[in-house]
Design a protein around this ligand. Structure first.
Ligand code: NAI
Length: 266
């Protein structure tokens, strides 16, 4: 499983830095992009291309010559709408328009659990459950999934939208015991998302093999993703934290605290 040139957006971010190392085996050249500064390219297998995703012409130049795109770039937390609009909403549109124009046939889109954040933690859902975004950020990811579906239906560009739970070195709190996605499992899921044939637009929940989960990935079984890790090994550590009040959004909603942000200013 190896392609010629793979574009990684958001390469200066938390997951981008991890994937910069871990995606190397899957491409002859990894093209790394971000609006933030990137560590210089090392060797012939990396190239860095600074780019603001809200700049259409810049994104078109960025995408030209790539065989596939792992799209992580954008605002990754809840922020005022105008910031989300530029980076995430215009950004994802520019990525797909550029993919169409330059013949890119596969995108892996970093979606989020915040597209379904207003489901309760007591509810169990699969990829076909109606979306319930929990803020502007979640709305932008929901839009991104719609863009992915449209560009498949209209132009045959395939996408795997990964609704990432919480991908950090360790689960940081009780909610993340359910949502945690290890870096190893993230990498494996992206590999499956890049190379599985005929994925159309597939939505998959990005979570490890955790004990108590809210999401059912049977609709994405064709990806062949089997999580290797589990948050369970961190349970004792996480449970040393004080208990979460039952009225706290972190104890109620799948999206946790994101469900209770804003308003921003006016
Ligand atoms: P991050 O915030 O560390 O990285 C995002 C990167 O996008 C940053 O380096 C930032 O400079 C870049 N960016 C922001 N605006 C930009 C613009 N206008 N043009 C170009 N680049 C821009 O986020 P992280 O944790 O690495 O997440 C990566 C992706 O995965 C994001 O799309 C995020 O929404 C998504 N995700 C991550 C989760 C996690 O647990 N880490 C959970 C759910 C989704």
């Amino acid at each position: 499983n190896k392609m010629n040139r793979l574009l990684l957006t958001g390469a200066a971010g938390g997951l981008g830095k991890v994937l910069r190392e871990r995606l190397k085996p899957y491409a002859n050249v990894l093209r790394l992009s971000d609006i933030a500064s990137l560590a210089p390219a090392t060797g012939a297998n990396e190239e860095t291309v600074p780019c603001d995703l809200s700049d259409k012409a810049a994104v078109h130049a960025l995408v030209e010559g790539c065989d596939a795109i792992v799209h992580l770039g954008g605002v990754s937390v809840e922020r005022p709408f105008e910031e989300i609009l530029e980076a995430n909403i215009k950004g994802v549109f520019h990525i797909y328009e550029a993919a169409r124009r330059h013949g890119v046939k596969r995108v892996v889109f970093a979606s989020s659990n915040h597209v379904i954040g207003f489901y309760k933690q007591s509810e169990h859902i699969d990829a076909h459950a109606a979306r319930r975004p929990d803020g502007y950020y979640g709305l932008s990811k929901s839009f991104g999934e719609d863009v992915a579906q449209f560009y498949f239906d209209r132009w045959g560009i395939e996408t795997v939208s990964i609704r990432i739970g919480s991908s950090f070195p360790e689960p940081a709190n009780r909610r993340m015991m359910s949502t945690w996605l290890s870096y190893r499992d993230l990498t494996s899921l992206i590999e499956k998302s890049l190379f599985t044939p005929d994925v159309k637009h597939t939505v998959v929940y990005g979570m490890s093999n955790n004990r108590e989960v809210w999401w059912d990935n049977s609709a994405a079984a064709h990806l062949g993703f089997v999580a290797q890790d589990s948050s369970e090994v961190f349970r004792d550590k996480v449970e040393q934290q004080p208990p979460v009040a039952p009225t706290d959004p972190n104890a109620i909603y799948q999206g946790g605290a994101f469900t209770a942000q804003g308003p921003f200013g006016d």
